[in-house]
Design a protein. Structure first.
Length: 473
């Protein structure tokens, strides 16, 4: 029996190694002239809940109020994830569903009317944003049907966004809110007779950024003679940009595909397909794509990119010829992989919860071209990655750095793998030429930290330390 068990275990280990060995060969042996390999596994979405978008959107849209309609679990998540300060009176609240709501004993319209009336009296916002959750989906609450009635009664705009756990990544909560706002953007009026023609067509940028970063990107475009007609979202809901057939729109982040679709299909805007302004190379390509779409000749961008790379020469020495593995969390993975490849790193795998190949087509093409120019192998792109299989691949490949969710960071660190939380790239200012140093500060921090540690601390186990032996009972 012991021999049979040993043979069975050996056969199982051999099968597991064979199953994981082939993907390793694909990852390492891919060549620059090949096409990107897309795979789809059946993993769960290991990511935050999309209602976390409230944490940055309520700060960006300063005359708004966000009302999250969900259960106690949603409220606990918001409190823990956002660090609610009771005395700060933040501009968001929780409409808690109780058993009476779920069993349809209470009237949804009456309850929401009461809450919105109170919000208008206490805060008087320019817009109230209802955030739907998993529970409102399950009990089929007709929030889109209720909102127009209360809008007329209360004389205040109500935007309904479904930012529930059925999304692929937590960043798509912002996408849902902006798509709902895009539907309410005013129509661009026809020019009056005799009005002088503008230098270029109107340009609207969509995506939430801190004011300082948005100003920096506007200045980059201003250097090219391009004026930004509006941002969505802007600091005030009343400043929603005018859109229409003549308006060109461009995204700032790779997770805004629904907003892009809404602007194209419902508002007939012209979408500028471009890589995203993350890293010096991405920022240059983003500005060049806008210039091309608007018929403007770009100037001085090569020098701007060179200066940006020059400013992080010390960080480039650290990441040169290092390998990196993206487990997948926030949909920024392809853009980050492209920037890291240009910096001299080898990207082994790009895990991503959801891939919209049309919206990210320019980014994917640029990743492929960057790998070819840098002489690096093409990474495997795995949609909906299975985390168990990913951990096995990390164990085999031994990357120098893994970009991962918080749940897997400590276990990987304990096995000697340098990690960085992917959520940090969502909240850090990484867009544009001026924030390149902040981007590579994040990437190199674990590498610099571990280089300064004694050798025996690399795996948290000191060489020669006694190993506890399991004892039978």
């Amino acid at each position: 029996e012991a021999a049979t068990e040993a043979a069975t275990e050996a056969a199982t280990e051999a099968a597991t190694e064979a199953a994981t060995e082939e993907p390793m060969k694909q990852a390492v042996q891919a060549v620059g002239d090949a096409s990107l390999a897309f795979e789809c596994e059946t993993g769960n979405y290991h990511t935050f809940c999309p209602i976390s978008c409230v944490s940055w959107l309520y700060q960006k849209i300063q005359d708004s109020f966000f009302l999250v309609v969900g259960t106690k679990t949603c409220g606990y998540f918001l409190q823990n994830a956002m660090g609610v300060m009771i005395f700060a009176e933040p501009r968001y609240a929780m409409a808690e569903l109780e058993e009476g709501d779920i069993s349809a004993q209470l009237n949804d319209v009456e309850e929401l009317r009461r809450l919105c009336t109170q919000i208008k009296q206490d805060r008087n916002p320019s817009v109230i944003v209802w955030i739907g959750t998993c529970t409102t989906e399950i009990i089929k609450m007709d929030m889109e049907g209720i909102a127009p009635k209360l809008e007329k009664e209360l004389d205040i705009p109500i935007v309904v966004a479904r930012a529930n756990g059925l999304d692929y990544a937590f960043t798509q909560g912002e996408d849902s809110v902006l798509a709902a706002m895009a539907a309410k953007c005013p129509q661009l009026p026809a020019p009056l007779p005799g009005t002088p023609a503008p230098a270029h067509a109107p340009l609207v940028i969509f995506g939430s950024l801190p004011d300082s970063v948005a100003t920096q990107l506007e200045l980059e475009l201003k250097r090219q003679g391009i004026a930004v007609s509006g941002w969505m979202p802007s600091n005030r809901y009343k400043d929603l940009p005018e859109v229409g057939e003549e308006v060109h729109v461009v995204g700032i982040n790779p997770f805004l595909s629904r907003t892009a679709s809404t602007l194209m299909r419902r508002k007939k805007c012209k979408l500028i397909t471009a890589p995203f302004p993350i890293g010096p190379d991405g920022t240059r390509a983003w500005v060049e794509a806008i210039c091309k779409s608007l018929g403007v000749e770009p100037k001085g961008l090569e020098e701007r990119e060179r200066q940006a790379w020059e400013s992080i020469k010390d960080y480039l020495e650290i990441v040169k010829d290092k390998s990196i593995f993206f487990m997948g969390d926030n949909l920024l993975e392809v853009s980050l992989a492209r920037a890291m490849t240009r910096a001299g790193m080898t990207v082994l795998e790009v895990g991503i919860p959801y891939m919209d190949t049309r919206y990210q087509s320019a980014e994917l093409e640029m990743l492929k071209n960057t790998c070819r120019e840098m002489g690096k192998p093409l990474p495997r792109i795995v949609e909906k990655p299975d985390n168990y299989m990913q951990v096995q691949r990390i164990k085999e490949l031994r990357p120098d750095l893994a970009i991962t969710g918080m749940a897997h960071a400590n276990p990987l660190e304990a096995r000697g793998i340098n990690t960085k939380w992917s959520v940090e790239f969502t909240f850090q200012q990484i867009h544009g030429f001026t924030n390149v140093r902040d981007l590579f500060e994040l990437v190199t921090r674990p590498l610099r930290r571990n280089e300064s540690l004694p050798e025996e601390w690399q795996t948290f186990v000191k060489d020669g330390a006694p190993v506890a032996q399991a004892t039978g009972v």
